[in-house]
Design a protein around this ligand. Sequence first.
Ligand code: FAD
Length: 232
Amino acid sequence: MNVLIVHAHPEPQSFTNALKDAAVAELTAAGHEVVVSDLYAMNFNPVASAADFGSRGSEDYLNYALEQRHNVKANSLAPDIAAELAKIKAADLVLLSFPLYWFSMPAILKGWIDRVFVSGIVYGGRRIYDQGGLSGKRAMVIATTGGRDHMLSAGGIHGDLTETLKPVLQGTLGYAGMTVLAPFYGYHVPYISQEAREAVLDDFRTQLRDIEKRETLVMPSLANFDAEMKPL
Ligand code: FAD
């Protein structure tokens, strides 16, 4: 299969980067084609703006999503957006690799999503969840944290991390139609021992070998909602 890893960490020697490298090595060794978008290394522009559009449906008012649709039809999206979209279209599996920042993803990755998950291809109208533009593809989050496992679990002080990451897991990946695999978390990684970090890497490699059997998160199905998206 074709794998796209979208990686967002500013330090090439980081543990998050080591997890990304482990994914590249494991998946390549298993015979998959792996492409990496290393957003900080690419100096990826995360700021959605009028400069993203080579032509305009409306010259005097920027409705970003409508201009995305117009520029999809006109084939005039900015080259950096078009290049990332082509990688997504070619991918069977998309991995998002990042350190947890403020209960969420780093801004550079959020900006990649804002600009690259374009209306008119990825979503739009009823083109969401199991009807989403990226249906048939799979996605998985690989995240590291400063917090400890028990702090980021159900009943813990911050609550369950998979619930916390709903904006990316459901609101982005699931919404776009992707089958969302259970995330992998490396907890508390700056503060544990070198041996413990190596064990996290080993566990990650082992889990990647079983990716075909990995648990998936339950997402809404449009079949359960009427034309106005009210529950049937
Ligand atoms: P690093 O600090 O880069 O690495 C940890 C250690 O691993 C280093 O000593 C490194 O040398 C070592 N290492 C590197 N490669 C290997 C290898 N191959 N084998 C073994 N060891 C290796 N945390 C939360 O829990 N919740 C939050 O909401 C949150 N918000 C944050 C917001 C911001 C703006 C910032 C900057 C941090 C935040 N954090 C938060 C903490 C952050 O999530 C963690 O610091 C980060 O995930 C740790 O991962 P890292 O890759 O940066 O670790």
